[in-house]
Design a protein around this ligand. Structure first.
Ligand code: DAH
Length: 361
C-alpha cells in the first residue's frame, strides 16, 4: 500500500511538468494522451487500484482521484492559455506605430445654423416647439386665414397625399351632369393631407393646445412643388417664431429680430421692415438685413424673412380673445441664412452630402 501511494505524487508531478511545458495545442494534446489517455501513465496507475487489497482501496482511491482532479484542472488551464495564444497575431505588434484614425464626422452646416438660431432665441426665453411634416389643410392654410383660392393651396404648389376617401385630390370624381343636363357643383373635397408648405402650421397646433402667453420657435422641414435649381429645392427648412402676450408691439418684434440677426450675422448687422402681405398677420412685413456679408454678395440689403402682428382672425380660430391678446410671428428660411453666412451659391450642395463640401464647415 505504502508503495502504491508513493507512486502517485511522482507520476502526477511529471504529468504536470509535461502539460506545463507544452507550447502549443498539439503538444498539449500529446501530453494529455501520454498521461491521461487510455494507455497513459496516470491511467495505468488508476488501473492498479483494482488489484489492491480491499482495506487499502478507499485511501488509495481518494489519493488517485484528487491527483486526477488536479491534473484535469491543470490541463484545462493550460488549454485556455494556449488557445488565447493561438488567437493572438503571430507577428509581434509594434505598439509605438501610430494608430489607425477614424475620420470624425461634423454637424451638417444647416444643423449648425439651426443650432445657432435656437441658441440665440433661448437666451431671450423662447422654447422650441415641433409639429408634423405631414399636415392637413386646416392647420397649414384655413386656420391661418389663408383663403381657399390662395395659390399656395393649388395642386401645383404643394404635395398632396391621399384624401380622407383614399383618392388623390385631383382624381376625376365622375360625370357631374344630372339627368336634366344641369352641371352640379363638385362635391366639397374631404380634408386632405399634404406635406406642409411652411412651419406656420405649428403656430396653430401650439396655440390650440395651450393658453397664452406663448414664446416659441419652430425649426423644421417644409415642402413645395419647386424644381430644384441653384436657389430652390422641393424640400427645405424654416424657422418659425411666435410670441403672444398682452400688449405686444411691432417694436418688440423688431428688437427681437435685430438681437438675433446681430448674433447670427455680426454686431454691425442692420435690419429694416418693408410692408408686405400675409393672410395670417396684419400688418405684415418683409425683413431685409444689411451687413458685411450682404456687401460681400454685392448687395446692401437682402430679403431674409416674413413677419407681422398675428391676425385677429387667427386668434379667433384657436380660441384666443383678440381683444385681450396680441402677438407677432415670423418665418425665415434656414438655407438662405446658411448660404449668405458661408457664401454658398448653390442650395443643392446642402443635400448631396458630399464630404468634400461638408467638411468645410
Ligand atoms: N410662412 C411664410 C412663408 O413660408 C413665412 C412667414 C411670414 C411666417 C410671415 C410668419 C409670418 O409667421 O408672420 O413664406
Amino acid at each position: 500500500m505504502a508503495g502504491f501511494l508513493d507512486q502517485i505524487e511522482p507520476v502526477k508531478q511529471s504529468a504536470l511538468a509535461e502539460l506545463q511545458a507544452a507550447t502549443d495545442l498539439a503538444a498539449l494534446e500529446q501530453a494529455r494522451v501520454n498521461h491521461l489517455g487510455s494507455n497513459g501513465k496516470f491511467t495505468a496507475l488508476m488501473k492498479q487500484l483494482g488489484a489492491l487489497a480491499k482495506e487499502e482501496k478507499p485511501a488509495a482511491g481518494k489519493a488517485v482521484n484528487s491527483a486526477k482532479v488536479a491534473l484535469e484542472a491543470a490541463l484545462a488551464q493550460r488549454r485556455a492559455e494556449l488557445e488565447l495564444k493561438a488567437a493572438l497575431p503571430q507577428e509581434p505588434t509594434d505598439f509605438t506605430l501610430p494608430g489607425r484614425r477614424r475620420a470624425l464626422g461634423k454637424l451638417h452646416p444647416l444643423t449648425q445654423v439651426t443650432e445657432d438660431i435656437v441658441r440665440s432665441f433661448r437666451k431671450i426665453g423662447f422654447v422650441v416647439a415641433d409639429g408634423p411634416e405631414v399636415e392637413d389643410e386646416y392647420h397649414c392654410f384655413d386656420a391661418l386665414n389663408t383663403p381657399a383660392d390662395h395659390p399656395a393651396r393649388d395642386m401645383q404648389d404643394t404635395f398632396y397625399l391621399r384624401n380622407a376617401e383614399g383618392r388623390m385630390q385631383n382624381e376625376e370624381t365622375g360625370d357631374r351632369t344630372t339627368e336634366h343636363g344641369v352641371q352640379t357643383a363638385p362635391p366639397a373635397p374631404p380634408a386632405s393631407t399634404l406635406l406642409r408648405t411652411h412651419t406656420s402650421s405649428v403656430q396653430i397646433r401650439v396655440m390650440a393646445k395651450q393658453p397664452p402667453p406663448v414664446r416659441i420657435i419652430v425649426p423644421g422641414r417644409v415642402y413645395r412643388r419647386d424644381n430644384a435649381d441653384a436657389t430652390h429645392n422641393p424640400t427645405f427648412h424654416q424657422v418659425e417664431g411666435l410670441y403672444v402676450d398682452r400688449n405686444v408691439t411691432v417694436g418688440d418684434l423688431k428688437g427681437t429680430v435685430e438681437f438675433v440677426f446681430k448674433e447670427l450675422m455680426g454686431e454691425e448687422t442692420r435690419i429694416r421692415f418693408r410692408p408686405h402681405y400675409f393672410s395670417y398677420t396684419e400688418p405684415s412685413f418683409e425683413i431685409d438685413f444689411s451687413s458685411a456679408l450682404t456687401r460681400k454678395m454685392g448687395k446692401e440689403w437682402l430679403e431674409i424673412a416674413g413677419c407681422g402682428m398675428v391676425h385677429p382672425q387667427v386668434f379667433e380660430n384657436v380660441g384666443y380673445d383678440p381683444e385681450v391678446w396680441t402677438g407677432w410671428a415670423f418665418g425665415f428660411g434656414i438655407e438662405r441664412i446658411a448660404m449668405i453666412r458661408y457664401g454658398i451659391t448653390d442650395i443643392r450642395l446642402f443635400y448631396e452630402n458630399d464630404v468634400r463640401f461638408l467638411k468645410q464647415f
